[in-house]
Write a protein that binds this ligand. Structure first.
Ligand SMILES: [Zn+2]
Length: 713
């Protein structure tokens, strides 16, 4: 044994550290581009990767559109922006069950549709028809690579201009795959940050990071690399490509399933339908593996994806799919979240039929729709905003990229703000030159200042102040363990500066502009002055908070809930009007999709049964309405207690078995959304008798003028 170990150790070559690559400094508008040598035609995957670097002139882009100021007219190589490897049909052989009902019900009906957009003849398409066409630039053309740096060991050696150069294992796999791609073999060059920026030169790094927007926007195409093939990623890609070709209309989705109606004996007297999917079990696991790849959570991909086009390729192992296919597959899962989504996450405890509130738990957030398929939809929406040239000026949603950025993973904390400067919605409002020599806190303050000085107070919606950490009993870590659910910021920043490092509270984002008090009388544009880290701004005091609920079942502080003096004035009118104001407030008068106002059917939220014992079969992770009632049922809201608003003032008898019933789809949506909205927010009422939702940092009375300003929106 000993000699074997000995031999193994001796076999490991002792690699001396490489000398820094002799980069030539960049002049003017120059960037560096990498040419990957295609090697011999019978390329072995093990043969050394050999590349060369060159400097090319890339003028700054004059507009937000495609081409970055480069004439894009006429036919040039790659004029159709197509990626030949995307032209092959997905291999559905391993995806579907072999039962006869699948053959009859699914394949016969959907297969024709699924093949429509693919022409079998172009499967082996070569680029011969582009021979003789000019390149877009005198020096050729390039793609920009979007990927995760990941662990840098074990480092792999490639050759650049004949000199050895170390790259991380993930980039090495990407280079191997790119080398096999038809477009790269055709002569397209590649821009890769780890190689094309001299990472040792901190000035050049700041300058080139500031140019990322131009570099990605001017690229012929952005190529995303998700990593090597593993966890059945080939199956996941085939499944997503197949799903992208299935219809998403509710009626059509129904046809995909085999319904098995049956009595569920766990909660008595409920008939829950159960559904059988035509996909094999392994497919859902593979899709979960695909959606939880580290790539999706990385900060820099935000702007890289934003610069891509819907037909841009996303490479993973030896397979690829397009952004448009990801978008369509994500839309299908979103439309069918209760069935398909649950099969993907596979997290629902078997004794429950329906699960809500998991996105509001730190422990379960990684498996919430917001971190999986809805994340794809958000990314693609940012991409869509980026490519939308129809409304010049400040029209794009800035909060979407900011929220995504806040949730993303970074290798360097400073990248949190630098990594989104190229996104149109941010670039329209902030112009900052990245400076990696500045301390973290200064960077955060520069970014918040730039947004606020532009008069954009939307930034305050990201404020999530907490006085004390909140711990919960962890369900996954074992008995008796505590999980830190949320904590106050530890970075000693001015209170108006958004911390991008501390984890944000997992509150749901309200998309619709919600105003409990009707139309605003004050414009949100406000004079802002910042001096010596102190923010001064004008505001109008519209009202004062008198009652506040707790924001979390485990919140342990004397300050909440706080019931102020009973107000005599009720601007809504009587009890019925106040009850309506209550259910509308509970959902921000919107739906989870951002539709406003919320549909009348959401008034079901006032049903006393769901406040008493929760709904049988619905698992709410302790965040359900019965928990809200327990925590602050006596809270004064416009002269009524919450208890009175829901149960009425008299004692009512509770018939046996009333919690056993089957809520409709809309009712379940309303309940899920109300639980989402109320978590990490405080139900409040004001001196003039209005209901509202307050952020966690809100306090009663005159203590927090900041929130009174922010609340006037
Ligand atoms: Zn912090």
């Amino acid at each position: 044994m000993l000699s074997k170990h000995f031999k193994k150790a001796a076999e490991v070559p002792c690699e001396p550290p490489l000398p820094p690559h002799p980069y030539l400094s960049l002049q003017g508008d120059e960037i560096r581009l990498l040419t990957i040598n295609p090697g011999s035609p019978n390329l072995e995957s093990t043969s050394q990767i050999s590349c060369s670097l060159q400097h090319v002139d890339l003028p700054g882009s004059q507009d937000n559109g495609v081409g970055g100021g480069v004439a894009d007219s006429g036919r040039h190589r790659g004029y159709a922006r197509d990626w030949p490897e995307l032209q092959t049909a997905p291999d559905k052989g391993r995806l579907l069950k072999t039962d006869s009902w699948v053959q009859k019900q699914v394949l016969s009906k959907y297969d024709e549709k699924s093949q429509q957009s693919l022409d079998p003849d172009v499967g082996g398409c070569t680029l011969a028809h582009e021979e003789g066409l000019p390149w877009r630039h005198s020096w050729g053309d390039y793609v920009a690579l979007s990927y995760v740096w990941g662990p840098q060991t074990p480092a792999k050696t490639i050759l650049i201009d004949g000199l050895p150069f170390l790259v991380g294992p993930n980039l090495y796999l990407a280079l191997e795959q790119l080398r096999r791609s038809q477009r790269i073999q055709q002569g397209f060059k590649v821009w890769i940050d780890a190689i094309c920026i001299n990472q040792q030169d901190i000035d050049e790094r700041g300058q080139q990071v500031g140019r990322m927007r131009d570099i990605y926007a001017s690229a012929w195409q952005v190529v995303s690399w998700l990593g090597g093939g593993q966890d059945d990623s080939d199956m996941a890609i085939d499944a997503l490509r197949y799903m992208a070709r299935l219809p998403t209309e509710p009626g059509e989705i129904e046809g995909l399933y085999r319904v098995k109606r049956g009595m569920d004996v766990r909660p008595l007297f409920i008939t829950w339908d159960s559904y059988e999917s035509p996909f094999r079990k392994e497919v859902f696991k593979a899709i979960l593996g695909f959606l939880t790849r580290p790539y999706w959570r990385r900060m820099w991909i935000l702007q890289e994806v934003a610069m891509a086009h819907p037909e841009a390729p996303v490479l993973c192992g030896g397979k690829c799919l397009s952004w448009a296919e990801i978008r369509d597959a994500a839309a299908l899962i979103t439309a069918d979240e209760e069935r398909f989504g649950r099969l993907v996450t596979g997290t629902l405890p078997s004794t429950w039929n329906f699960e809500i509130g998991q996105a509001r738990l730190s422990e379960r957030r990684h498996l919430s729709p917001e971190r999986l398929w809805r994340l794809m939809t958000e990314l693609l929406q940012v991409q869509n905003d980026q490519n939308d040239a129809s409304f010049p000026g400040v029209t794009t949603d800035m909060l979407r990229p900011l929220l995504l950025a806040r949730d993303a993973a970074v290798t360097q904390e400073k990248d949190r703000v630098y990594g989104i400067l190229g996104i149109k919605a941010v670039a329209e409002r902030v112009s900052l030159v990245p400076d990696y020599t500045l301390p973290l806190a200064v960077n955060f303050q520069r970014f918040s200042s730039a947004l606020l000085l532009g008069g954009n107070l939307d930034l305050f919606r990201l404020v999530s102040l907490l006085d004390k950490p909140i711990y919960t009993k962890g369900s996954l870590a074992g008995l008796g363990s505590r999980v830190l659910e949320a904590a106050p910021c530890v970075h000693n920043l001015p209170s108006w500066v958004i911390c991008w490092t501390c984890a944000a509270l997992p509150a749901a984002h309200l998309r619709a502009a919600y105003r409990a008090g009707g139309k605003p009388t004050v414009e949100s544009q406000s004079a802002v002055v910042i001096s010596d880290s102190c923010l001064r701004m004008q505001g109008l005091i519209v009202d004062t908070i008198v009652s506040l609920g707790t924001c979390h079942p485990a919140e342990a502080t004397d300050d909440y809930p706080a019931s102020g003096s009973k107000c005599s004035n009720n601007p809504y009118g009587g009890l019925d009007e106040t009850r309506e104001a209550l259910w509308r407030t509970m959902v921000g008068n919107s739906t989870a999709q951002g539709e406003c106002p919320a549909p009348e059917e959401y008034a079901w939220l006032l049903d006393p049964r769901i406040w008493r014992d929760a709904v049988a079969g619905v698992f709410a992770h302790g965040l359900g309405l019965e928990s809200v009632m327990k925590r602050y049922g006596s809270l004064d809201l416009c002269g009524y207690s919450l208890k009175e608003l829901i149960f009425g003032s008299g004692r009512t008898r509770r018939p046996w078995g009333e919690r056993y019933y089957n809520p409709t789809k809309t009712q379940r949506e309303a309940l899920a959304w109300a639980v989402d909205v109320l978590a990490w927010r405080r139900l409040m009422s004001t001196e003039s008798g209005r209901l509202g939702l307050a952020p966690t940092g809100a306090v009663v009375g005159t203590g927090s003028s900041f929130f009174r300003v922010a609340m006037c929106r």
